[in-house]
Design a protein around this ligand. Structure first.
Ligand SMILES: O=C(O)c1cc(=O)[nH]c(=O)n1[C@@H]1O[C@H](COP(=O)(O)O)[C@@H](O)[C@H]1O
Length: 267
């Protein structure tokens, strides 16, 4: 699915919810833990339960890579199970010298055919170009992240007085278009959304940090939405671990529907 199809899905469904499949093998409900392929069973149940409320799924690759070969297989099976009507994100946070980034792009755009990947901008233009060369794929660059460590570098002022993250948004935006580039902005950074929208009015923002990290969906929506929707708000733990019992999928569905209901009036 490309960005235009995503915009259509958001408008039709009146949802900009992205469900995060950060599936931690140690947090699976007890009744699944001994079952073979437990991660895939869990993910399939979560997808079945939440697909009507959301337009996107984000697979955080760390939770799968940590399991070795079995984890990569689970990631692949999960990706293929996600309906084509949903925008798929590999949250892999890659980026390296050009020829290495080209291999990362191949991994997450071809071998595993995700629609988008998260990328760290630290190594600059040649580390991001190989991702942008793919037509109909989206590169999501870390802008202002949700974590405390954002203060260490992203919010530090450069010599001109501008914070580093602003320089990243402006410069990276000039390497692509709002069709092939999005930016990560954490929901915990709500007070910066108005300003960020002045710098990049047209780009989609992937917004993690509601739910477990305490960000406000209302604030983010108020300041972040644009005429395309322009937001993908992610929640992972708050949805997928809404219950640790046999009712985990029903509980996940309830939370996802609540987010959807909160989003509806904004569109
Ligand atoms: O790129 C991300 O998705 C990301 C960026 C960021 O600034 N903060 C952030 O939490 N994330 C990811 O978003 C998800 C948030 O998970 P929950 O806090 O459980 O909703 C995790 O997969 C994080 O790795």
């Amino acid at each position: 699915m490309n960005k235009h199809a995503l915009v259509a899905a958001i408008k039709e469904k009146k949802s900009y919810l992205c469900v995060g499949l950060d599936t931690d093998i140690t947090r699976l409900p007890k009744h699944l833990q001994s079952s073979p392929n437990a991660v895939v069973k869990f993910n399939k149940a979560i997808i079945d339960a939440t697909k009507d409320a959301c337009v996107s799924y984000k697979i955080n690759t760390a939770f799968y890579e940590a399991q070795g070969l079995k984890g990569w297989e689970a990631m692949q099976e999960t990706l293929h199970y996600i309906p084509r009507t949903h925008f798929t994100i590999a949250d892999a946070k890659r980026g390296d010298i050009g020829n290495t980034s080209a291999q990362y792009a191949k991994t997450f755009f071809e071998t595993l055919p995700f629609d988008a990947i998260t990328v760290a901008p630290y190594m600059g233009e040649d580390s991001i170009r190989p991702f942008l060369e793919y037509e109909n794929k989206v590169t999501i660059v870390l802008g202002l992240t949700s974590n405390k460590g954002a203060e260490n570098f992203e919010l530090q002022k450069l010599y001109g007085g501008k914070p580093l993250y602003e320089e990243i948004l402006t410069t990276v935006a000039s390497w692509g278009t709002p069709d092939n580039l999005m930016f990560v902005v954490g929901a915990t950074q709500a007070k910066s959304f108005l300003h960020i929208r002045q710098i990049i009015p047209d780009h989609f923002l992937l917004v993690p940090g509601i739910g477990a990290q305490g960000g406000s969906l209302k604030e983010v929506s108020h300041f972040g939405l644009n005429s395309d929707g322009g937001l993908l708000v992610n929640a992972s733990r708050a949805i997928i671990y809404a219950s640790s019992g046999e009712d985990f999928a029903d509980a996940a569905q309830k939370i996802a529907l609540n987010y959807h209901e909160e989003m509806r009036p904004f569109l």
